[in-house]
Design a protein around this ligand. Structure first.
Ligand SMILES: Cc1cc2nc3c(=O)[nH]c(=O)nc-3n(C[C@H](O)[C@H](O)[C@H](O)COP(=O)(O)O)c2cc1C
Ligand code: SF4
Ligand code: FES
Length: 601
């Protein structure tokens, strides 16, 4: 497909959409499917078929954020918003918790072609529809800035044409026809995009390292291509580079990457292809956990569609660039998300980390330079190419550019998926967007088992890499669990440590033995049998874990313990048999780096 063909297909799709008086998008991501959105979609389709005068276009679309109140249904009218404009439709209504029984009222209402929301006499089905209408001017929606999740309400994840109409693959063809790899890397570098997989490493720098690791020689018709990477035995002999999309997403409660893959698989494939062109790779892997069957199914479909349209495979977009993508399924081990363990897993070996350096950028898959980026990282790429580095860099803070997708869970009214500009305060997310009760919330946990708990007193903090780290937590991949006064922080720490014990691969002693010892101490303290000496030992072990573990899992496993000790120490002390009653709760005077001797004083 060349740029002209792409434009033609996109225009046809947009025309078909615009011809309808109303466009109805039913969320078909996992959250809504699990509460019956497929049945709602069918019921609306049946009702619409019986009333062709209503002139409706109905399709399954992506997640609209308020996942806990599904099935969600968006009704839009007026012209389709211009691609990459960030604008919404002229009129848009969002309905929550729809059931198939709501379909007749919805279609009947739209048939009347009113432009105001359904508000009719109480007791009728239309009034029940009115009660299910979401207020799109509420902070939950209004405060969002969508780059990664952009147009999810307009994209049918199962049709490439739908993605093309939303501006899809334009960035890739622009790169292939008008930009040199070095210019693309420069654009990404200037944008300030940092890796969204947890570490926040500068994306441009990583791309540049992989690009420099070997010359880019687009070779049409390399015979080894078809079988490359399938197993260690049939890997190619010649020099090559790889791009890997890390979609392992193992943090408890996190579902950002799953949602992006389910709702816009082509956005991730486009990001991978641009990255591959920029660094000189011609083969890519999507490493997805097998527990994400819908994401895997849609990715498979998307790869076939993109290949058919000439947007993956050989001579992409009529250029000399070749890029083939395969899916590799992970078996659900959290550690396989760690990049060197992931490489081992793809190579067919046991998924265990190895020491770095050498880094995958120089010595990756089968010894070849390999670019590994997270799903959300790659989903940002096309937008940066389309709108430019300056546009992206204007979002966020000085050191944390752009937006971040979070999976909001816990003791708030609005749980689900949000995308916010970096630098937004935790208060705004929890209390304004999440509608968490002011005064009733105790802490927020970010970064999953590698992160920490931030107390309500620190909710003024901006959400960026440095600020969260300074508070003993991390941005992580985007899990955000909100806890109320009922949360016992020793239990919270124990929960995450149990997870780490379960997921430790056992390769190095500090983590294999250390996490278990820390857990035993937490259990002892939790039972009310711990002493002040145990508390001291707990901290000592945590620091040992941090300093001596081989990979990020062990190095960060102590974070939830240390952060709860820092801000909620009194909860630990109150459980001790020799309880001193001393407290430094939330005064911030205990640093997570504080040594064991100081703590024992
Ligand atoms: C235990 C562990 C699990 C990880 N899991 C993931 C994961 O599921 N997804 C991910 O993108 N990165 C994960 N990472 C980070 C990766 O090692 C790597 O830094 C990341 O994929 C790089 O992509 P980025 O630069 O785009 O963030 C994990 C790291 C550790 C230590
Ligand atoms: S730190 Fe833990 S997960 Fe990482 S290599 Fe060592 S044992 Fe395995
Ligand atoms: S899964 Fe439907 S709104 Fe998120």
């Amino acid at each position: 497909m060349n740029p002209e063909e792409l434009q033609r297909i996109a225009a046809e799709e947009l025309q078909a959409k615009s011809a309808a008086k109303h466009r109805i998008g039913v969320c078909t991501a996992s959250g809504c499917l699990s509460c019956g959105s497929r049945e709602v979609l069918k019921a609306i389709e049946q009702e619409a078929a019986a009333r062709p005068e209503a002139n409706l276009r109905i399709e399954g679309v992506g997640c609209m954020g308020l996942c806990s109140r599904g099935p969600l249904v968006m009704v839009q009218s007026g012209p389709v918003p211009a691609e990459n404009s960030g604008a919404g439709a002229e009129t848009a209504f969002l309905f929550k918790e729809l059931t198939p029984a709501d379909a007749p009222a919805l279609v009947a209402y739209l048939e009347q072609q009113k432009s105001d929301p359904p508000t009719v006499a109480a007791g009728s089905t239309a009034s029940s529809l009115a009660a299910k209408r979401c207020d799109l001017s509420a902070p939950f929606f209004r405060r969002q800035v969508k780059v990664v999740l952009e147009q999810f309400e307009n994209i049918d994840p199962e049709r490439i044409e739908s993605y093309l109409a939303a501006g899809g693959y334009r960035a890739l063809l622009d790169c292939l026809h008008h930009r040199r790899p070095v210019e693309i890397i420069d654009e990404i570098t200037r944008s300030g995009l940092r890796g969204r997989g947890g570490g926040g490493y500068p994306v441009g720098l990583k791309w540049s390292t992989v690009a420099k690791a070997g010359a880019f020689v687009p070779q049409a018709g390399r015979s080894s291509r078809q079988s490359a990477g399938a197993t260690a035995a049939d890997r190619p002999d010649g020099p090559r580079k790889y791009v890997i999309c890390n979609a392992d997403e193992g943090d408890p409660g996190a579902f950002m990457d799953r949602s992006v893959l389910e709702c816009a698989p082509h956005r991730v494939l486009e990001g991978m292809a641009i990255a591959a062109y920029a660094v000189g790779a011609d083969f890519g892997y999507l490493y997805v956990r097998a527990e994400y069957p819908l994401a895997v199914e849609r990715l498979r479909k998307a790869i076939v569609q993109a290949e058919k349209r000439g947007l993956l495979g050989r001579n992409i977009g009529g250029s000399a660039f070749n890029f083939q993508v395969e899916i590799r399924l992970g078996a659900g081990a959290f550690v396989c998300g760690e990049e060197t363990a992931l490489l081992a897993s793809i190579e067919g070996r046991r998924g265990q980390p190895r020491p770095r350096p050498p880094y995958p950028a120089e010595h990756g898959l089968w010894g070849c330079p390999t670019l590994i980026n997270n799903v959300e990282t790659l989903a940002n790429v096309a937008a940066i190419i389309n709108r430019g580095a300056d546009w992206f860099a204007a979002l966020g803070t000085e050191k944390s550019k752009g937006t971040k997708v979070f999976a909001l869970a816990g003791k708030i009214k609005n749980t689900g998926l949000i995308e916010v500009p970096m630098g937004i305060s935790i208060h705004e997310i929890v209390h304004e967007m999440g509608s968490g009760e002011v005064g009733g919330i105790k802490a927020v946990q970010t970064g999953g088992p590698s992160g920490g708990c931030i107390p309500a007193e620190h909710f003024h903090l901006p959400v960026d890499y440095e600020s969260l780290q300074a508070e003993g937590s991390i941005m992580g991949s985007g899990g955000m669990i909100i806890m109320d006064e009922g949360a016992a922080m020793v239990d919270v720490a124990r929960f995450f440590m149990e997870f780490c014990v379960e997921e430790s691969c056992g390769k190095c002693a500090p983590c294999r033995v250390g996490t278990t010892q820390v857990l035993l101490l937490l259990e002892k303290i939790g039972r009310g049998e711990g002493t002040a000496a145990d508390l001291g030992q707990l901290e000592e072990l945590c620091h040992l874990l941090q300093q001596t573990s081989l990979c990020g899992l062990g190095q960060s496993a102590a974070n939830p313990v240390l952060s709860t000790l820092r801000f909620f120490r009194r909860e630990y002390e109150q459980l001790l048999v020799d309880n001193t009653g001393k407290s430094n709760e939330t005064d911030g005077s205990q640093s997570p780096q504080q040594g064991p001797q100081e703590v024992k004083k």
